[in-house]
Design a protein around this ligand. Structure first.
Ligand code: GSH
Length: 289
């Protein structure tokens, strides 16, 4: 989605030439865009917006994206938001020898439906991330930070929803019911993906497309949270193969050194303590049996 330049109050962005990606190393939506840029070998300037330091709530950033979320792509002064739209924009604007776009009417229909589902599950992905991948104490935003988020930048309905979500998370954390709901949504989706892989090498066709980049990120997050991916045999093998592609592996592994060490230790400790996603997964399976 291209933003109207009249909406951009951080005017310097309108003069940026070339490709600029405002992103955060561990943000799932940012990872998607970086994977495509890396696969295509495109040069861009990465501008880190540290979500942990709430840089996305500062007036400077809200003057570029009033929604207060990453990623944002600025190309020759034009501002683009929404990761799946950014993927399509990049591929349309910089077609390469290998196209990442759907080619036939049927592929286009299926691509639209699979991308829409992935986007719809973004809040569920956040539930899984905040519930199982990072400690709540580290991720919750304080009331003061939320007030700043609310007060800075132009009024924006999308941002208000984000703020309401973070406020509820700060107060209540992720309940088992929320986790179970998110997990059930992913299980359904993964069954659909696994079924598609019966008759093709990738989710849309026998070649990788944007759909694979978008879904890879969700599968990766769920795997980190302890989701038993082996129950979807084909999806599991497909995920492992994608993870072996250097651009995919590199972009999901970018994080400060301390987190690259602390993250896996934290996930292991959740497994040992039996508080990883498997516990909710077992309860969900038992409830539906
Ligand atoms: N549908 C949007 C979702 C964007 C989004 O929610 N981004 C997250 C990071 S993955 C974010 O910026 N969160 C703000 C925060 O953590 O405060 C997209 O695909 O670009």
């Amino acid at each position: 989605m291209k933003l109207d330049s009249d909406m951009i109050t951080t005017k310097e962005a309108l003069s940026w030439q070339g490709l600029h990606l405002l992103n955060f190393s561990q943000s799932s939506c940012s990872q998607k865009v970086r994977i495509l840029l890396a696969e295509k070998g495109l040069t861009y300037r990465s501008r880190e917006i540290d979500l942990k330091r709430q840089e996305n709530t500062a007036p400077w950033f809200l003057g570029i994206n009033p929604r207060g979320v990453v990623p944002v792509l600025v190309h020759d002064g034009a501002v683009h938001i929404e990761s799946n739209d950014i993927l399509a924009y990049i591929e349309d604007t910089f077609p390469g020898a290998q196209s990442w776009l759907p080619q036939t009417t049927q592929e286009r229909d299926q691509s639209r439906s699979l991308m829409a589902l992935e986007d719809k599950l973004h809040t569920s992905l956040r539930v899984i991330t905040m519930g199982f991948i990072a400690p709540r104490k580290m991720m919750a935003k304080s009331e003061a930070e939320l007030d700043t988020y609310e007060a800075n930048g132009p009024d924006n309905a999308y941002r208000n929803e984000q703020i309401a979500w973070w406020r509820a998370f700060g107060q209540n954390g992720i309940s088992d019911a929320d986790a179970s709901h998110a997990l059930a949504a992913f299980k359904d989706a993964f069954e659909r993906l696994d079924w598609r892989l019966q008759s093709r090498d990738f989710l849309l066709a026998d070649r990788p497309t944007l759909v694979d980049i978008a879904w890879f990120i969700s599968v990766h997050r769920l795997a980190l949270a302890g989701y038993p991916l082996s129950q979807h045999r084909r999806l599991n093998a497909y995920y492992t193969a994608l993870l072996n592609r250097p651009a995919f592996e590199r972009e999901v592994s970018k994080a400060p050194l301390v987190l690259r060490i602390a993250g896996p230790l934290y996930w292991l400790s959740r497994r040992w303590r039996g508080t990883d996603l498997r516990r909710v997964s077992a309860a969900t399976t038992a409830a539906s049996a």
